[in-house]
Design a protein around this ligand. Structure first.
Ligand SMILES: [Ca+2]
Length: 232
């Protein structure tokens, strides 16, 4: 292996976690006006470039300057009351229910171009409000649902259900890109897989990056440990 080849390999390795290789933007929902005409549960709260693809996912804002206050508006029965965002000030809440003829709220954005055959990892913070509230709005939400992840409408993985109420937990899946070019990455709320109860799920800090080379996994493990400490 020539010195140039080694240098290129090291550069590729160093770049594997660089922000410039992030495949999506605004994954923490921190930028952009969510409710141009004011908070409203009948309007989608997904800030650009996210778009609602089914019904109306809700934006929660710990600062209350845009979107719902930290306790939610009274009409929504204080969903996620007292819940701080996993990263920054904002997060998305969305529902799965059998009410209204079946409801699986979802949202999506178009990724930066993918490379066919390359492995990518999608990760996020995930929480659930399963305290049985919001009966008029598809509740009672007493389940701990899953989140289906779709690439160009094909299921590529599932974020498994939370193990505790109102607690951010890390979730991730990996997949191999089936084709090159931009793709639609979509998150779909699902019922509790154990009892089919309606579920109201929060997501924050969504990231999608090329899978790191094996030799950098140790460093990533250290970063993950640091992140867990910061959130406790
Ligand atoms: Ca956030």
């Amino acid at each position: 292996m020539s010195r140039n080849t080694i240098t290129l390999a090291l550069l590729a390795l160093a770049g594997s976690t660089a922000p410039g290789l992030a495949q999506i933007v605004n994954g923490s929902f921190e930028t952009g006006l969510a409710y141009p005409t004011g908070p409203n549960i009948f309007a989608a709260g997904t800030p650009s470039p996210w778009v609602a693809t089914t019904f109306t996912p809700d934006l929660y804002d710990n600062t209350g300057v845009d979107g719902w206050g930290i306790g939610g508006i009274p009409a929504y029965d204080s969903m996620f009351k007292g819940m701080a965002a996993c990263q920054g000030d904002r997060f998305i809440g969305f529902a799965a229910s059998v009410a209204f003829g079946g409801l699986n709220e979802s949202f999506a954005q178009t990724t930066a171009p993918l490379n066919a055959g390359r492995t990518y990892t999608v990760s996020a913070c995930m929480a659930v409000d399963d305290l049985g509230k919001a009966i008029p709005y598809g509740g009672p939400f007493s389940g701990r649902g899953e989140v289906g992840i779709y690439l160009n409408s094909s299921l590529i993985g599932t974020f498994s259900q939370n193990t505790a109420s109102l607690t951010w937990e890390g979730r991730s899946i990996s997949f191999v890109a089936p084709s090159s070019g931009p793709a639609t990455l979509e998150f779909v709320a699902q019922l509790d897989p154990n009892n089919s109860n309606a579920s109201y799920i929060g997501l924050d800090d969504i990231q999608m990056v090329p899978a790191p080379a094996a030799t950098s996994l140790l460093g990533l493990a250290g970063l993950a440990a640091a992140r867990r400490r910061r959130h406790t």
